[in-house]
Structures are given as C-alpha cells and as structure tokens.
Design a protein around this ligand. Sequence first.
Ligand code: MRU
Length: 365
Amino acid sequence: MKVGRKHYRSIWFDTETRRVRIIDQRWLPHEFRIADLVTRSDFVTAIADMWVRGAPLIGATAAHAIAEDMKRDPSDSNLDAAWEELHATRPTAINLRWALDGMRALLRPLPEAERAAAAHRRALEICDDDVEINRNIGLHGLETIRRIASRKKPGEAVNILTHCNAGWIATVDWGTATSPMYHAHEAGIAIHVWVDETRPRNQGAQLTAWELGAHGIPHRLVVDNAGGHLMQRGQVDMVIVGTDRTTARGDVCNKIGTYLKALAAHDNGVPFYVALPSPTIDWSVHDGIAEIPIEERHEREVTHVQGRLDDGRIAAVQISPEGTEAGNPAFDVTPARLVTGLITERGVCRASSEGLAALFPECAA
Ligand code: MRU
C-alpha cells in the first residue's frame, strides 16, 4: 500500500544493499522509519520487541531471518538454533511456527552449499504469496460488505468495527481485516470504520488509524470499551478482525479484547467476521481456550503509554501509581460459536470443522 505517493511493503529485500528492510512500527504514526535487519539477533529483537508485528508479518520476517542466517552458516546445528531462538520470540501467532517449520523442512534435505539460495528464494516466495492471499481475502470479504451495503439506504455507509491492527502493516501487504475494506473503498462502496484504540499497545490508534487515513477511508477512533455501546445503538453493521491463530474447529485467537467485542456483537445481532490467511490456521489444535498459548507481555506496556509530546518528541509516560503491578495477556480466544464467518483466501466459511474442511480439504485431512 502507499505511504505518501510511494508503494511499500512492510518487509522487503533491498537488491542494492542486499539487506532485509522493514518499516519499524514502533514509531508510527509519528515517524516513518525504515530499519535493516542483518544478524539473527536483529531479527529476534525486531519480532520480540514488535518493530514488526501481526501474525503474517511475523512469519514472513522469520522466513527472512532463516534465509539470512543460512548465508552465514548453513549447518544443521545453526538451522536448529535459529529455529529455536526465533520460535521463542512470540508464542501465540502460529504463522511464526508455520514459517519456521516450512523453512526447516525445505532446507534439511538439501546439501549445505544450496541452502542459502533456496532459503532466500522461499522467503521471497512466502512474502509474495502473502500479498496474493490477502488480496483474495479482500475480494471475498468485499462480497460480504457488498451484501450488507445492499441492505442500507442509498448513500449510507456500511459501519465496520475493527480491533487492533490486521492491516497491511501487519502483513506483507493489503492486510487481512483491512483488505475487504480497501477493496470496498476501491469499488466505490461507502464504508466507515470504527477503530478500537487497542490498549495496551494501541495498534488501532497508532497503526490502523494511520493506514486508513493514508488511504482516504472514513474512520473514527474509539476507546476499546465503546464497541458494545455503538452496537446497541445500531451504529455497527459488521465487525471484521484478524487472528493470530484459528483452530481446526474455528476458535479464533486474536488481540486481547476481541472476545468482548464478539460477545457484544452476538448480543446485538451484529455479524462478526474474522479474516485470515490459511497459514494462520493451526490444524493441530481444536479447543482454542485450552490449547493456545497466550503471550504474557511486559507490564510496562500497561503502566505506560507511548505518544508524541507537544515538542514533537516521542516518549512513554507512566499512567499508574509507582510500583503498581500489572497483568498483560496479549491475546484472547473467541469461541467459534460467536463467529459469523471466516474470510479466507478461498472464500468465506462457517467457523466450524466442517466449514474449514470444505475450503481446505487437503489440510483438514
Ligand atoms: O500483538 P500484535 O500487534 O502482533 O497483534 C496483532 C493482532 O492481534 C492481529 O489482529 C493479528 O496478528 C492478525 S494480523 C493480520
């Protein structure tokens, strides 16, 4: 998508410098900074400290990390060490393990001399595939938005609520939850997006609002607790969120607070959709609440808030009393029964074993 007039992906291989480059998301929306990732520890830090974040982008970054590490040392032991270190960065997004397992399965049978080139090709391919997958999610989601739009009065916008950032900046391009929005906007369908701020890291306020604003999509930022109220007033036509891991039976793990939005949507008869690329489906787990590890992040993310001061500096300020202990579970699980539909690259299905198996028979088997 565009930043200013230039098209960017969130991660790319710069053919001049021969380095992996990322948009360093820690500074958005106030500063647009690009960072080079070179060593394994650069990649580990970038994922763990959320210079890059969002399940698909975490996977793409891990693939590039393996590729760069293979250039330095293509041995089995280094491959295993890289797998371990990268895998430990963020436990919930399954795209991380999907990318790491895929890279290792590809490289293991190859002679060491061929590994670096093969890993590099595959990392680029994972990125290109992600763009194509998300474009298709957008086209399928567009049809769902179009259907809802057809029930509105002429000229009335479809009000969509989203949580966190499942936007282009959380993927390689297009986003998952935002891709239907971008496609609807391009198709001339009037939409308006309620953007949850998404405490504690404020991905909605900082990233989703930045993205939608840059692409001229009407939106309003709301505090996380506003969603239920807006739904009671009939001001939300649908919810679309992303996911870090969806189970084989359709339970959806996503940014903390998603579950409460799903409960409110259910209570108010608002359709609740989840947009996801197939690498986000964990076919090995069924019960999301019991089986998905939930990342617990640093309490400073709760006790402090980062923003721009009046003098332009970006700073974190403390909002709770000195010494307050904080809990910071980063994700929650929405049971499949609360999900109206899963928007995938192959179409929209029910959040159920049967729904997913019908779209992805080869994986379900
Ligand atoms: O902690 P984050 O910012 O990585 O969490 C991101 C989300 O929860 C997204 O909704 C999810 O990864 C899907 S991104 C297309």
